[in-house]
Design a protein around this ligand. Structure first.
Ligand SMILES: Nc1ncnc2c1ncn2[C@@H]1O[C@H](COP(=O)(O)OP(=O)(O)OP(=O)(O)O)[C@@H](O)[C@H]1O
Ligand SMILES: [Mg+2]
Length: 271
């Protein structure tokens, strides 16, 4: 295990976070209440890694991801992408949301949805087709190109969303519980597909989950967040199990138990 010390090598980090804080003010006037969601978050994300942010509901995982995406602005500290301060969303960072319906265009078919970003950038028809062909195949959507979102299953919609994000060729994939709404079978298939896609593309991934098994199945490093308020990444666990991982193996179960014990420890509730 390693801790999230700021001394990690920041040079090759795609994301470098120092003393990051985020508070929200609810209400107005005398009744206004300030809630410090994140405090003193220190974290470096290395290029090409599959990083998991793990923590219970309400601890601030989505808040941290939204800061990295540039959808929100921090109230304290520093957040650098490739050494640069960010203050807005950028196409090098792409978010995959939990609910694909919110992000797919219902009037575009699978291929058109996947090509949308490229079309907006003025990429030629031939080039768009070459790119969408690749990601349609990678996401296992061959034969479904002409279907509209309403004609797809939940898992297929989520694969379209992932394919669309990949087609835009972002440096960094931000995934906020992207498989949370799927049934257990589809979820397992999608987890395996995600590992396959990541192995082939070597994108940097930050993946949010509160599911310990999912964290051990996917993550190369697992950042564990405290409950909050004042939540931070208080520990980072290295996960060197070889991909693709076997959830029935002894090593896998040991890793799961190790993580579980952190959340069961009384100390966790007093961090
Ligand atoms: N826009 C906002 N205004 C006020 N409070 C907010 C806002 N967004 C988030 N919060 C608060 O920040 C805390 C963390 O929320 P966040 O959505 O980041 O949690 P999470 O870890 O993603 O939880 P979940 O696993 O349930 O998605 C919560 O207490 C929430 O009420
Ligand atoms: Mg969330």
């Amino acid at each position: 295990m390693t801790d999230a010390s700021p001394e990690e090598n920041t040079k090759q980090s795609i994301i470098s976070i120092r003393k990051l804080g985020k508070s929200f003010v609810s209400g107005s006037g005398k009744g206004a209440v300030r809630y410090q969601v994140l405090k003193d978050v220190d974290l470096n994300i290395q290029r090409g890694e599959f990083f998991i942010l793990l923590g219970p509901s309400g601890c601030g995982k989505s808040t941290l991801l939204n800061l990295i995406a540039g959808f929100e602005k921090q109230t304290e500290g520093e957040l650098l992408v490739d050494g640069q301060t960010i203050d807005r969303p950028g196409k090098e960072r792409a978010m995959v949301f939990q609910h694909p319906d919110a992000s797919l265009f219902p009037w575009l078919n699978v291929r058109e949805n996947i090509e949308f970003g490229l079309r907006m950038q003025g990429v030629s028809r031939g080039e768009r087709k070459a790119v969408s062909d690749r990601y349609i195949e990678l996401a296992g959507l061959t034969g479904h190109e002409r279907k509209f979102p309403r004609e797809l299953s939940g898992g297929m919609k989520q694969r379209v969303q992932i394919a669309r994000v990949l087609a835009n060729d972002p440096e960094l994939l931000l995934m906020d519980e992207p498989l949370g709404a799927l049934d257990a079978f589809t979820r397992r298939i999608m987890q395996d597909e995600l590992v396959r896609i990541w192995t082939e593309t070597k994108k940097t991934v930050i993946f949010v989950t509160h599911d310990i098994q999912e964290a051990v199945l996917l993550g190369g490093r697992i950042g564990i967040m405290s409950i909050g308020p004042d939540s931070r990444v208080f520990e980072i666990m290295d996960n060197r199990l070889e991909y693709p991982r076997d959830i029935t193996s002894r090593e896998f179960n040991l890793m799961q138990k190790k993580l579980q014990s952190i959340f069961q420890d009384d100390l966790y509730f007093h961090l």
